[in-house]
Design a binder for this molecule. Sequence first.
Ligand code: SAM
Length: 252
Amino acid sequence: MSNSDSQSDKENISSNEVSAQTQVAIERQKKVWNRRVSTWEHHGVLGLEKVINAVLDLSQVQAGMQVLDIGCGTGTLALPMAKSGALVTAIDVSPAMIDRLMSVAREQGISGIKGIAAPAETLNIEAKSIDIIVSNYALHHLRDSDKEKLVKTMFDWLKPGGKVVIGDMMVGRGGTSRDREIIASKISIMLKKGPAGWWRILKNAMRYFFRVQERPISMEAWTKLFESNGYVEVAANTVINEAATIMAKRPI
Ligand SMILES: C[S@@+](CC[C@H](N)C(=O)[O-])C[C@H]1O[C@@H](n2cnc3c(N)ncnc32)[C@H](O)[C@@H]1O
């Protein structure tokens, strides 16, 4: 049985239709991540400690705050935030991720997390109800048009003065010197690994070129999206390599 609450799941899922391409992208993410719960929890998150800490530091969450974690996975942000007394709505496209998050929360005696299995693209949240929206390494999976829609709707969900803090891979397709440095350094690391590395270069290049599963955009592109949608105090910073954070506030 799923750990998410199916009645409230329905309340939080918009009945607005999404495009056929978005529906395909959602189904793909759901399938991929339902299979990756254990590998993600035990291996995937290991390299993300710095960016997770950066998001937690920037969030400055306090007890009683309403937090929304988008693409929460097994709870790298949701669990510590709920532990410090925040009321966290944790959403993920993968029901298996939500199940795992909720059983860890139960095992650790952490209350204050509401897990919802839903794609970010169809999420429905009450206007002006959230103090902080966080997301770590999830939004690069969204299609670019869906990133833009989400930036617009997150503005409505935030209370005036509330903020968004995102940690993610932020790299464009070679348009900036930072992009080119990141791409060159990845290629150089993989080349040193011999044939296995060459295969990964090819695989990543195809994935990147066709933007099938990973669709990162640059820090500059994120900044522009937030600034052009009314947010203030928009600040993007590199954490390490392609990992970066962006923070933006809804004006008071
Ligand atoms: C790389 S994992 C990161 C998980 C977690 N935030 C962390 O820091 O460990 C990406 C997560 O995003 C979720 N995801 C991917 N596409 C999504 C979408 N369209 N809506 C909601 N969640 C999504 C996946 O199911 C997965 O749990």
